[in-house]
Design a protein around this ligand. Structure first.
Ligand SMILES: [Zn+2]
Ligand SMILES: [Zn+2]
Ligand SMILES: [Zn+2]
Length: 127
């Protein structure tokens, strides 16, 4: 059995995402792992990210360069405030958004399955 070997890249990739707490591309995660002398191939990072996203442990987003980037956070429903300068992601839960989503569902007859919303600006450290 080599199960510990198989779960290792997953732990490493998700550890990087948790530590950085900003949207990172596979190449950026790969570079960070290499810097900490972790020997994981770029294709393994890609595969691991697909796996994490598939399990709902990471969320993906295409950035302005057209690159798919990933962030790992709480699985409970919330929204993101993204810093335009450093890329840091802050979790926000906003009652008002949930109210809008609920209103759309109940007053407009729209069958809302899910919603996503992100806020952009400058974080406290970059301001
Ligand atoms: Zn989050
Ligand atoms: Zn910032
Ligand atoms: Zn919401």
């Amino acid at each position: 059995m080599r199960t510990t070997y198989a779960t290792k890249p997953r732990e490493q990739v998700s550890a990087v995402l948790r530590r950085e707490k900003r949207y990172l591309s596979a190449a950026e995660i790969h570079a960070i792992l290499r810097k900490s002398r972790t020997n994981v191939s770029l294709s393994t990072v890609y595969r691991t990210l697909d796996l994490l996203a598939g399990k709902g442990e990471a969320s993906a987003r295409v950035d302005e360069r057209g690159e798919t980037t990933f962030v790992v956070c709480d699985q409970s429903h919330h929204h993101h405030a993204v810093c335009n300068t450093c890329g840091k992601v802050e979790d926000v839960s906003c009652e008002a958004i949930e109210t809008v989503a609920h209103a759309l569902r109940s007053h407009h007859g729209f069958k809302l399955a899910d919603h996503e919303m992100e806020f952009f600006g400058t974080c406290g450290a970059c301001r």
